[in-house]
Design a protein around this ligand. Structure first.
Ligand SMILES: CC(C)(COP(=O)(O)OP(=O)(O)OC[C@H]1O[C@@H](n2cnc3c(N)ncnc32)[C@H](O)[C@@H]1OP(=O)(O)O)[C@@H](O)C(=O)NCCC(=O)NCCS
Length: 178
């Protein structure tokens, strides 16, 4: 399912990403994330191949007859605790940041995770110095639960953030069916 949105006169749509999108997602990651914290092309490609409890959404900008991915978000259901979801990453091409695209993508990913896997809580890990992202998540009702020391590599800590989801109503469930 593709949903159309118009943001600041940008012709934007959101769709499920596939393995074919790996190269472009890697370009966005290189523009967004410091080298030592990146997934890199091979991990991104393997994450895109996971379909059973994993969702990757891409936000696309229409340019004439072509469309270009300008951001993406990945989420999953926890392997053990089935009521728990996780935002794995969300990244918007720096040129298109601050236009509410991240907010739109996060809301759609949360709804799809909830709808597909019936989760009631979403957690995420964010670098403890990534103030922009921490602000972004706090704006969307995520709360810092604790610090995870040396989470990425030695000296690179993370905050664990969490959000309790509101129950979906029936009409919203239907409109977001993948
Ligand atoms: C975090 C990110 C996804 C936000 O996407 P975005 O499209 O720019 O965000 P939005 O325009 O939807 O912003 C929504 C709110 O988040 C907060 N926010 C976003 N960017 C911010 C910044 N640079 N500084 C402070 N607050 C910020 C603001 O409260 C903003 O609300 P406002 O527009 O009313 O001020 C984007 O900045 C990004 O890709 N960052 C690099 C990758 C990254 O660090 N991802 C998160 C960890 S995986």
């Amino acid at each position: 399912m593709r949903s159309m949105i118009h943001r600041n006169n940008l012709n934007i749509s959101v769709r499920l990403a596939t393995r074919e999108d790996a190269k472009r997602l890697n370009e966005i990651e290189e523009a967004c994330i410091p080298k030592k914290l990146r997934y890199g092309p091979s991990i991104l490609a393997s994450l895109l191949s996971m379909t059973s409890n994993y969702i990757t959404l891409a936000v696309e900008l229409a340019e004439g007859k072509k469309a270009k991915i300008i951001g993406f978000a990945m989420g999953e259901q926890d392997d053990d605790k089935k009521s728990l979801g996780r935002i794995v990453t969300i990244q918007i091409d720096p040129f298109y940041q601050h236009r509410q695209l991240g907010s739109r993508l996060l809301a759609e990913l949360e709804t799809r995770l909830q709808n597909s896997y019936n989760i009631n809580t979403i957690e995420l890990q964010v670098h403890y110095q990534n103030e922009e992202a921490i602000n972004f998540y706090q704006k969307h009702a995520y709360k810092i639960k604790k610090q995870l020391r040396n989470y990425y590599v030695r000296g690179e800590h993370a905050f664990l953030m969490e959000k309790k989801l509101k129950k979906l109503n029936f009409s919203l469930k239907r409109s977001f069916q993948p």
